[in-house]
Design a protein around this ligand. Structure first.
Ligand SMILES: O=C(O)[C@@H](O)C(=O)CO
Ligand code: MG
Length: 259
């Protein structure tokens, strides 16, 4: 049975961020993920998580200035020093809550720039980060994100490029974050692709399409996909990274067999 994690950046947004942890625990989630916990001081983050009774399964490295349009910077040749300095914060937050996965976002390629140079930078920064976590119980994840609807110009928008990058870094610490919503938009053939990539997948996320709302609101057959993840032997977490169409708890009917 898939282990579902609540994504607190998208779910329970009826509440202030710090209060979403307890709400997710009360709803039955044993795992929690979010994009960026950094708005909370470390001790507040730790206390909120402890109060939830759930464990932290994933969050992202500092993405840069999200409000100003940054979507990560690990592939930006002009921001290597900034990425490496910000990685310290990711490690400190991960250590405080024993979080075993950090998503390292590549960033949006500036128009006219050389994509190959961005890919080289991403490989180098991931190798640097992999060295930093070599003796820690922390994996680094890279996620193909759709560039058609949500993040035009995002560097890594397909699994073949993500796998090329993972291969070039050559560290078992760097794994694939497979977001079913993004992959439905970019590639389709979901189960065959999950089966093929399974040895490299360190985390899965879900949402329906179109709309990025809960399973059952769109075209993706989650009633088939979720049991199939078990059959394929996936035993990791599945992050519920969707925007509830209405109130978060009212939209959890689809998950009643899993949480
Ligand atoms: O799918 C997504 O959007 C996220 O997993 C993420 O980390 C960046 O927005
Ligand atoms: Mg995702």
């Amino acid at each position: 049975m898939p282990k579902l994690a609540a994504n607190l950046t998208m779910m329970f947004t009826e509440l202030p961020f710090a209060d979403r942890f307890a709400a997710a625990g009360a709803a039955g989630f044993k795992g929690i993920e979010c994009l960026a916990p950094y708005e909370l001081p470390i001790e507040t983050f730790k206390a909120a998580l402890e109060g939830s009774g759930a464990r932290m399964v994933l969050f992202n490295c500092p993405p840069g200035n999200w409000a100003a349009g940054d979507r990560g910077m690990a592939a930006d040749p002009e921001r290597v020093a900034e990425f490496r300095a910000s990685f310290d914060a990711a490690l400190a937050y991960a250590a405080a809550v024993d979080c075993p996965r950090l998503h390292v976002m590549s960033g949006l390629v500036r128009p006219g720039e050389d994509r190959a140079r961005w890919i080289d930078t991403y490989v180098a920064n991931l190798a640097y980060a992999a060295d930093r976590v070599a003796s820690l119980d922390v994996d680094l994840l890279i996620e193909p994100i759709n560039s058609r609807v949500d993040m035009p110009r995002y560097l890594v928008d397909r699994t073949d490029l993500a796998m090329e990058i993972i291969g070039r870094v050559g560290s078992a610490k760097v794994r694939l974050q497979y977001d079913i919503y993004h992959m439905q938009i970019m590639e389709g053939d979901l189960l065959r692709s999950i089966e093929r990539l399974l040895p490299h997948i360190g985390h899965i996320q879900l949402a329906d399409n179109p709309g990025r709302n809960e399973p059952g609101t769109g075209e993706i057959n989650y009633a088939h996909i979720l049991p199939a993840l078990d059959r394929l032997g996936y035993d990791g977490w599945v992050g519920c990274e969707y925007r509830p169409a209405g109130e978060t708890l009212a939209g959890l009917g689809w998950a009643k067999d899993f949480i």
